[in-house]
Design a protein around this ligand. Structure first.
Ligand code: HEC
Length: 225
């Protein structure tokens, strides 16, 4: 090899190396994907949803599930639990699940998210959306709504009623029952008297009431001064 050739080769080599170095510069992410020496089937052709397929005879990429396929968590084989209705088509009177404190708590949380915007946290039908002009719902603390069975309530959440939209896509079945148990507790709390309070706690309650009255008269007295 002549000296001239060696120099040319060196120049070319340094240019190549420089161009590699340029790629290393910080703050300038490369637009091209990095060189992938062993692709190892990392990148493969794929079909996008609703696109055409050249592989399947019917030309459609998306496959129809085998008849009778049930998605995980969607085996609705208990009609009472999943519709709130008895086999004779009538609504169940009471929630068909065991009620405990945790369920009511869960119901409260879900109620405050999905129902309170219209019905308010108190259930009086004066939620934020109503103040912004939505059609006002009835208060939950009237006799007619207290008489609605749990099954019918389930139907209302699932399908909506007149001006109220359905919440079936946002509130799964188990949460609908949880909300109903909380709603019952809410109704009960607005329709309670002293006899609902355990005897040993009544005294504390009465004392608290007297204290707050005293506090009020004190504040008033000071305001007069
Ligand atoms: C977007 C506002 C809105 C939300 C959110 C909403 N509701 Fe309602 N709801 C209404 C309106 C409006 C009515 C009155 C429907 C009518 O009579 O036209 C109503 C009525 C009702 C009634 C009484 C039905 C009757 O027979 O009069 C119940 C019970 C009820 N809602 C429960 C719920 C529960 C439980 C949730 C939460 C899962 C909920 N609602 C969420 C607007 C709402």
């Amino acid at each position: 090899m002549r000296t001239g050739q060696v120099t040319t080769l060196m120049v070319i080599l340094s240019l190549v190396m420089l161009s590699f170095l340029a790629g290393c510069s910080r703050n300038r992410p490369a637009r091209k994907p990095p060189i992938h020496l062993n692709p190892n089937m990392d990148n493969q052709e794929k079909y996008k949803a609703q696109s055409e397929s050249k592989f399947f005879a019917d030309g459609s990429t998306m496959r129809i599930p085998v008849d009778g396929t049930v998605a995980r968590g969607e085996l609705f084989d208990d009609p009472i639990y999943n519709t709130g209705k008895l086999p004779n088509g009538k609504f169940v009177k009471k929630v068909p699940v065991e009620v405990d404190y945790d369920l009511i708590k869960r119901g409260q949380e879900r109620f405050n998210i999905f129902c309170a915007p219209c019905h308010s946290r108190l259930g009086d039908g004066q939620g934020l959306l109503i103040k912004k002009g939505y059609i006002p719902p009835p208060t939950f603390h009237q006799d007619r709504i207290r008489q609605i069975t749990d099954g019918e309530m389930f139907g209302i959440i699932s399908n909506g009623v007149r001006n109220m939209p359905s919440y079936s896509s946002q509130v799964p079945v188990e949460d609908r029952w949880a909300i109903i148990t909380f709603l019952r507790a809410l109704q009960r709390s607005h329709n309670a008297d002293l006899s609902d309070i355990p005897a040993d706690q009544r005294e504390a309650l009465e004392k608290a009431e007297n204290d707050s009255k005293e506090q009020e008269s004190k504040v008033e007295g000071e305001a007069v001064k």
